[in-house]
Design a protein. Structure first.
Lengths: 278, 291
């Protein structure tokens, strides 16, 4: 933290007012989540009655878990997220290296074409991508969910910026010792870009864990549905009759991500910060 | 290494990413334009060239115009509020107020949760009679109101969810910008006797300009890209009051299976996103960098 914060930190009455405002906003912000937690951990008769002595129960979670194949949905999401991230890391590294350290004809045009994806994301190209997946015969597979996202313009851009900061001398030293281009990339660039990789990985994992519309469209069976779609199928077939169970299912599906977030809060926040600074 | 080999190396490095980008970003954008000039194939009847028919339908489709204006109101209703809240959050988290760890957690948590899960929680929140909101307004003596079920309040209710979800995300970028500001600025300003508010208005805010524009572009894209909560909370209703453009594309394309009309609708989205890109390229990237 810089000294700037000290000089203009609020003092006296101003500090009290600002603290109050910040806390009010903070409480408002967690309220819906606390409410969901309350409902999920109490029997249905207490779901809207806030009696502090109401007995806690895990029954809603048990009912939700047994009512739909959530284990399978989780497995699908984990496969999806891992597959997308692995493919992204390889593709993005190679492409970013080319843009950062090579001069070649068509460089600028190609880079502009990559950046197009920052604006026109696969999220809006659902009609045509559905057609493509059908033509390729891979509709309703986990591969089809991940494929449009594997070449990430965001990742290429982020990593290219990082690679450009690697001192030329290190690159040249590696070459003098007889490293090929790919070996230099692996031994010099990749290790130095670790924080960027972490940032990108966290952003990618949370994006694909949370993604919904495209998986909803391209999947139609339990074997390929990720948790987000599974949750929606579960919640809509039950038609909102038992809120306690639906809320429990909601917490269940977000649980792993939420726990990971709470454990690695600092890294998450710093990664998102890093990803935001071009 | 001679130049030709270098070129070949570079192209080979780019090939895998370029192929996937071409197949799932560039090709679909172009194919979408092409298919918007044809009819939807039905059963044995193949697609035939219909020229601008789909666009003619679009211009005459009141639901399209409803979705279009809804989307503009939605953007207008969510973006400025999210940004103002994000700046406030960032300043407070940066200021070492008591409990800033809790504050940062409270503001940022909605960002990491899936929109679909968040929408389920808010759906319950807005439920008539049982929901928390109703309990609260009921306790204050207001009569019951179906927030998501009436035309006037459904879209604003969805905006609240979006603001709640996005403000913390934008906060992160402002926080990063605040933390990278030079401490000398504050020292100099305080020696000159500037007040906290004056310093914020005259120094901090202008220095946050590049961040604001970055956030603005992202917020506009999100306003046209993210409709998960609509699928869960309102399905575009009541009476199309919450139909946004992408949700309408989804409805036409995957519930009515009219892919040709969906392609024409997608073109509208692509044009809007292209405009955002052009504005960013010609205006923002050039004018707003202080470094």
């Amino acid at each position: 933290m810089s000294a700037a914060a000290h000089v203009y930190e609020p003092r006296g009455a101003g500090r009290a007012v600002e603290t109050l405002a910040a806390w009010t906003l903070g409480l408002l912000w967690v309220l819906p989540l606390l409410y969901a937690v309350w409902t999920a951990f109490h029997a249905a008769e207490f779901s809207t009655r806030f009696v502090p002595t109401a007995p806690l129960t895990l029954e809603n979670f048990a009912k939700a878990w047994n009512a739909a194949p959530f284990a399978r949905y989780f497995l699908n999401t984990v496969i999806l997220v891992t597959m997308v991230l692995a493919a992204q890391l390889v593709l993005v590294t190679l492409a970013a290296y080319a843009f950062a350290r090579y001069r070649f004809p068509g460089e600028n045009v190609l880079f502009a074409l990559v950046l197009v994806q920052l604006m026109i994301m696969p999220d809006v190209l659902i009609v045509e991508n559905y057609r493509t997946m059908t033509a390729l015969g891979i509709k309703d597979t986990i591969l089809a969910i991940g494929l449009p996202y594997m070449a990430s313009a965001f990742g290429i851009f982020l990593l290219r910026q990082t690679f450009k900061t690697v001192p030329r001398e290190l690159d040249e030293a590696a070459r003098v010792e007889g490293c090929s281009s790919l070996q230099t990339l692996w031994k010099v660039y990749v290790p130095l870009a670790r924080p960027t990789y972490l940032a990108f990985a966290l952003v990618s994992v949370s994006y694909h864990w949370n993604n919904f519309l495209w998986p909803l469209i391209i999947t139609e069976s339990v074997e390929s549905r990720p948790v987000t779609v599974g949750l929606q199928v579960f919640a809509s077939t039950d038609q909102g009759i038992d809120w306690s169970i639906i809320t429990a299912a909601t917490l269940l599906t977000t649980g792993p991500l939420l726990v990971a977030f709470l454990l690695f809060q600092r890294q998450f926040v710093q990664s998102f910060m890093r990803a935001g600074i071009k | 290494m001679n130049r030709a080999t270098q070129w070949v190396h570079a192209w080979l490095l780019l090939l895998p990413a370029a192929a996937l980008l071409a197949l799932f970003t560039h090709y679909p954008a172009v194919a979408n334009l092409w298919h918007s000039f044809f009819s939807t194939p039905k059963g044995a009847r193949p697609a035939v060239f219909v020229g601008l028919d789909n666009y003619r339908n679009l211009v005459e489709d009141p639901i399209f115009w409803k979705a279009f204006t809804n989307n503009l109101w939605y953007a207008l209703g969510t973006i400025p509020t999210s940004i103002v809240l994000a700046v406030a959050m960032a300043v407070w988290v940066n200021d070492r107020l008591p409990g800033r760890g809790f504050l940062r957690l409270a503001f940022f948590t909605p960002t990491v949760l899936p929109m679909i899960a968040v929408a389920n929680i808010w759906l319950f929140f807005f439920t008539p009679e049982y929901g928390l909101l109703e309990q609260f307004t009921g306790a204050l003596g207001f009569s019951s109101h179906n927030w998501l079920g009436s035309k006037e309040t459904a879209l604003p209710a969805l905006m609240v969810v979006t603001i709640w979800k996005e403000a913390g995300f934008f906060m992160i970028f402002y926080l990063a910008a605040l933390q990278s500001m030079s401490p000398h600025l504050a020292e100099a300003a305080s020696i000159e006797g500037a007040s906290r508010w004056y310093f914020f208005r005259r120094v901090t805010l202008p220095l946050l300009m590049p961040t604001t524009l970055f956030v603005l572009v992202n917020a506009v894209i999100n306003a046209f890209r993210l409709v998960d909560h609509i699928v869960v909370m309102t399905r575009g209703g009541p009476d199309s009051a919450t139909t946004l453009l992408l949700y309408y594309v989804y409805e036409i394309g995957f519930r009515f299976w009219d892919s040709a009309y969906a392609a024409a609708l997608t073109m509208v989205l692509l044009v809007i996103l292209a405009l955002v890109a052009l504005v960013q390229f010609f205006f923002l990237d050039r004018k707003v960098h202080y470094q």
